[in-house]
Design a protein around this ligand. Structure first.
Ligand code: HEM
Length: 499
């Protein structure tokens, strides 16, 4: 009796799938790494955690159960140890960012965040590194910029009804006004704090809940996303109606358009200036312009420069404003009033000689405040604004934390998992800035596990800018006010960080 070809093909398909599953779970080189079998079987298990917004919390639970190495996919391992941190993220480790980062490409161009190989990344980083040095933040033009924005923030609160502010929005105004001026100079700065409605509207696409759905598809089904958004005509209309995870304008479209216009305006101005004049400007775009095609053969074109700046713009908005929001929310909670009193005492210790002409504490003085630093560190420990795994791969087989990991497997560490480790941080889920104040061995150990800004060659380049913005804003606010949640807000979390 002849067996229909379709049945034969289906049977063969099932046999191959079963064989692959058995191989993946029991015989793959990653098989000896502990973890739930379902995760070893299929990457869709982890994708499901992502879909329901539980991925990072799930990683934490898995590490609590299985230890410092957990297999979380057929070809993916999550680590949570200092040994793994050094091997994967240590300077010169040879591990690269994975294709996950492609979704951060802007206008189809690579940028510092998305470059894979170290050489391309290092060349680009060299062009802007000076702008981000700590010495550039605490004195001169950039310090003045940050102090000005802190003053505008205080003025904004003063002008609000009952000095009540919805801090998600107002702190986003502060961070976007700061980063746009830092990147593009005064002519390219937004003016959210001083009332521009058009600029304030830029943050509305950040709030859209569909943004998370779009990110999910971009990570787990990138080809689908590319195909769907590329359709035009009738197919485009059908895709838009039934298949778009997020309607246009999609995430950050407004901010990306703004970034492109700021770059074009800069390019028009630059055409009438000498490179020596441009070099005197403190903005990041001015530093990049020295590498423009008009200055160098094989230099960067307008789109490269626009993309680089747009990426820094996106990196510099939510990170600082979410951290500030969590800090103020935490300090405002009734059980944390004692910490609020301590931060107020710390910022009131600033002498009048360290205030600027508007009574705003100077960035340099804010940098030296121990309790402000402890509050920020503790906020970033408990609620890092980028809490999730930072995926990397190596083209060579590597031993990580005692486990042999084959070439091209995805490995990662999550700051949230590291920073809530109960063996290192006593009562890890409790906000307690005091834990950072002593100088004993326990604090030294906590510092080794503190990883909110990542580490090695790909650590956050905006660290010093972010710290200067956050210390100056907190000092300016708590010198003048104490903060309490408005009715109802003492019972809920701001919930931006999906832990
Ligand atoms: C509280 C504030 C901030 C935190 C916690 C933070 C955290 C981080 C982390 C964890 C990474 C590495 C991500 C990964 O590898 O997956 C990163 C990279 C980066 N951050 Fe930040 N960031 C902050 C503020 C900023 C600001 C204000 C800027 C300003 C431009 C910025 C620009 C960047 C850039 C350009 C990279 C890529 C660096 C590279 O690949 O060399 N960040 N940041």
């Amino acid at each position: 009796m002849a067996i229909p070809v379709a049945i034969l093909a289906a049977t063969a398909g099932v046999v191959i799938l079963v064989f692959k599953a058995i191989y993946s779970v029991f015989f793959s080189p990653l098989a000896r790494i502990p973890g739930p079998k379902m995760y070893a079987l299929t990457s869709w298990r982890l994708a499901y955690d992502d879909w329901v917004g539980e991925r990072t919390r799930k990683m934490y639970k898995l590490h609590m159960k299985y230890g410092t190495a957990v297999r979380v996919g057929p070809n993916e391992v999550s680590f949570s140890s200092l040994a793994a941190l050094r091997t994967i993220y240590g300077a010169g480790s040879g591990f690269e960012r994975t294709s996950f980062y492609r979704m951060f490409e802007v206008y189809g161009r690579k940028n510092m965040f998305t470059f894979g190989p170290g050489r391309d990344h290092a060349a680009r980083k060299k062009m802007v590194a000076n702008s981000y040095a700590k010495s550039s933040m605490l004195k001169g033009d950039i310090a003045t910029l940050i102090e000005d924005k802190a003053r505008q923030y205080v003025d904004f609160i003063e002008a609000s009804d009952n000095r009540t502010s919805e801090i998600f929005a107002s702190l986003h105004y502060f961070s976007i006004d700061s980063i746009t001026q830092f990147l593009y100079g005064k002519s390219g700065a937004t003016a959210c704090l001083t009332g521009s409605k058009v600029h304030r509207d830029l943050i509305s696409d950040i709030i859209d809940k569909a943004r998370r759905r779009l990110s999910w598809f971009s990570v787990h089904m990138p080809d689908f996303i590319n195909a769907v958004y590329a359709q035009t005509g009738l197919l485009g209309a059908i895709a838009e109606r039934y298949l778009y995870p997020m309607q246009k304008p999609t995430t950050y479209t407004g901010i990306r358009d703004y970034a492109m216009r700021a770059c074009e305006t800069f390019a028009d101005d630059a055409a009438n200036k000498s490179i020596a004049e441009i070099d005197l400007e403190p903005s990041v775009i001015a530093k990049l312009w020295k590498h423009h095609t008009t200055q160098k053969k094989d230099g960067l074109d307008n789109a490269d420069i626009a993309a680089e700046c747009a990426d820094h713009l996106l990196a510099g908005i939510d990170t600082t404003s979410d951290t500030l929001m969590f800090a103020i929310w935490l300090l405002s909670r009734p059980e944390n009033r004692k910490y609020q009193e301590k931060i107020i005492a710390d910022v009131k210790s600033i002498g009048t000689e360290s205030l600027n002409e508007h009574g705003i504490p100077r960035a340099e003085a804010c940098d030296k405040l121990p309790y402000v630093a402890a509050v920020i560190k503790e906020t970033l420990r408990l609620f890092p604004p980028l809490p999730g795994s930072e995926p990397r791969l190596s083209h060579a087989t590597t031993t990580i934390d005692g486990y042999v990991v084959p070439a091209n497997a995805t490995v990662s560490i999550s700051p949230l998992v590291l920073q809530r480790n109960p063996d290192v941080f006593k009562d890890p889920l409790t906000f307690n800035p005091d834990r950072w104040l002593s100088e004993d061995e326990d604090t030294a150990e906590m510092n080794r596990w503190y990883w909110a800004f990542s580490s090695g060659g790909r650590m956050c380049i905006g660290l010093h800018l972010a710290m200067a913005e956050m210390t100056t804003l907190l000092a300016s606010v708590y010198r003048k006010y104490n903060t309490v949640p408005t009715d109802g807000f003492d019972k809920i979390s701001p919930g931006v960080t999906r832990a």
